[in-house]
Design a protein around this ligand. Sequence first.
Ligand SMILES: *Cc1c(COP(=O)(O)O)cnc(C)c1O
Length: 394
Amino acid sequence: MPLANGRHFLAIPGPSVMPDEVLRAMHRPGANIYEGKLVEMTFAMLPDLAKVARTAGRPMIYIGNGHAAWEAALVNTLDPGETALVLESGRFAVTWGEMASALGVKVEVLNARPRRAVDPDAVEARLRADRNHEIKAILVVQIDTATGCWNDIAAIRRAIDAAGHPALFLVDCMASLGCVPYEMDAWGADVTIAGSQKGLMTPPGLGFVWAGEKAWAKTPTLTRGRSHWAWEKRAEPEFFYQLFHGTAPVQHLYALRAALDMILEEGLEAVWARHAALAAGVRAAVLRWGEGSPLELNMTEAAERSDAVTTVLTGSIDAKRLRTVAETNLNVTLGIGLGISETGAFRIGHMGHVNAPMVLGALGAVELALTHIGAPFAPGGVEAAIRAMAPGVA
Ligand SMILES: *Cc1c(COP(=O)(O)O)cnc(C)c1O
């Protein structure tokens, strides 16, 4: 492994790279979890978390990963026996739907067209056909981390409205918050979920849920038992301990504070623009490599390719071997072909704490690994990426 020593490049779509500022913020002993600095810092941070999701609503913070946030969103909005419509665009919404099934919810999946995003017209048609409003909630992901798909949340909202359907709209922003534009209130999402370890640049272990008024109105009517995941006390705690339904995640909270400081200092719009410019570079590289070779972008429509993660199909090129060479010989960790193929796909994460040298470095390493394994590909991917990124430099 002659070229592996040196800095490790983590190019998977979560957990993402953590800034040194975030790591340093965690390096502290335990704190008073009843009063004082931690309590003040945390309450003051809640509005900043709301800013990131563009909502007036207060976030609930769970000690848990994205799956915990998924469950929190489901049990506070859906009773057993009620129906949820899952909008497929890859593994993630489907897995969320499987969780809903396990919680007793009847789940119907609206299948995606191959390698395409959710079709808002299909959503509208399905909802129009649901004359008795049996469907109580609609589940979708903004960016599906498996396929690299970017769903148009505003367009799906318009489809729901066009059908005049009252179902709650639940949006998974795990892989998109802090990466691409999201407007919870303006786009009429009723529930948003996210986690700490992707665009928010914080270690895995925090799950976030924001709920709008319509979702809150449903909660008191629920018959299912709820305790740890219940929203009520977390949103309106009489004392700090209730905010987390137990001990606060002290170090994670300081890490999150540092990460939010970085995001707000850069400016959310600037963060989105940085992701867009870097993602354009990644896509340009893949398109170049693919000239006369089996390499291609998984999503067939340009507008449906996400700015946070790119899924590459490799055809006859062994993606597993490519990833192994990248990791073992070059110290660059690429994402597995999750839910698609272990040997026929890989993913490049470009979310959170990433800049041009990091992305160009990862792309250069992919090109080097392709060369090393003797794969057929058109060279010049990094050069194409540079040209695509250039307008974003200023
Ligand atoms: C990562 C991810 C999840 C799951 O998060 P975990 O922290 O692994 O539980 C859910 N949805 C999307 C879109 C994700 O990218």
